[in-house]
Design a protein around this ligand. Sequence first.
Ligand code: SF4
Length: 404
Amino acid sequence: MNGYNPAAAPTHGRRRSLLSMITTNPWQPPLPDLYTQAADADLRARIRKAKAALGKKLLILGHHYQQDAIIEFADFTGDSYELSRQAAAQKDIEFVVFCGVHFMAESADILTDPSVHVILPDLGAGCSMADMANIDQAIECWDQLRRHCPGQRIIPITYVNSSAAIKAFVGEHGGAVCTSSNCRKILQWALSEDGANASTPTDSKNKILFLPDQHLGRNTAYAMGYPLDRMILWEPTQELGGNQPGQLQQAGLVLWKGHCSVHMLFRPEHVDQARAKYPSVKVIVHPECQWDVVQKADQAGSTSWIIKQIQAASPGSQWAIGTEVHLVNRLARQHPEQKIIVLSECQCLCTTMYRIDLPHLCWALENLAQNNVLNRISVDPPTRRWALVALQRMLALSAGPNPA
Ligand code: SF4
């Protein structure tokens, strides 16, 4: 993997090679017939056998959006950051098979001991959002912001759904990672770090560069009382991100133009349709959804927070949930006493995560059981160092309960 190299820091005006942009879609070899032609029952039995042979050396992690056939074999399920922390907390493991997407495996590699091998069963399991911010573009943006906003303090914040190179960039420039659970706390920190103890977010003299999900940044800042007219969008393919110099100087929040292709599928009219069909329904959405969807919803919060709301709800509750379809369908099966539907009837599934299937899991595990480590995700030491700074800064800032 090609990561962030401090020697090529933006202040030196140098640029990374184009190879550094290829972080989430390396080449995945086609699987042999032994895997692609096998029946599911056969693959399940072989996965169980390989897992048993690897014993306590192995940890299998399954993201909430993963298909049930894979979740069946997961030692832990959770969101991306919970899973990485689980991996880091385990003793004596040698292998982590991460059934998620590429940036999640990178985070697990960063947070675990360097001796632990982190494996992604299909290298094609990337994340369209993480791919929307590459390190060269981030460096260019940083240079332009600094040039046009002299004397202003700029703090970069990246959503955990980003490449290790972006996390390292943020860590080296005094910023932090955030998750959808602690985004509010991290933004509060960045805004209050202006030396003037700003009493409201709008009073802050600091400027935040928020990568790569514009929607999480906008929704969270707006919920904190930050006005939309102090936010600008940074389109990375355009000079000055598509803005005028004056706009850059006046903006408090610079939102990178990235999004999740799954959560973008939810639209305001889906909220209307759900309410028309089920008048008592509560609409609950993920903050990666667009601002107007979040405004129409009853509640918005992270994946883990959504799960907790459903677990705590009374029998007979009705929910229309705006997040990935596998999670919503699983919640519906686990809570038959409630009515739970996906907010939209469109297939809102994470197609890249869906690439991790029984054949790929079996292929990775059977090879591992024969001491053949395939698809290892390894973050280079300089990138790891600075990405860890950004992750640890988040951890220090987010200790204690998180607002939804
Ligand atoms: S659901 Fe969206 S943000 Fe999450 S991994 Fe898939 S594309 Fe990326």
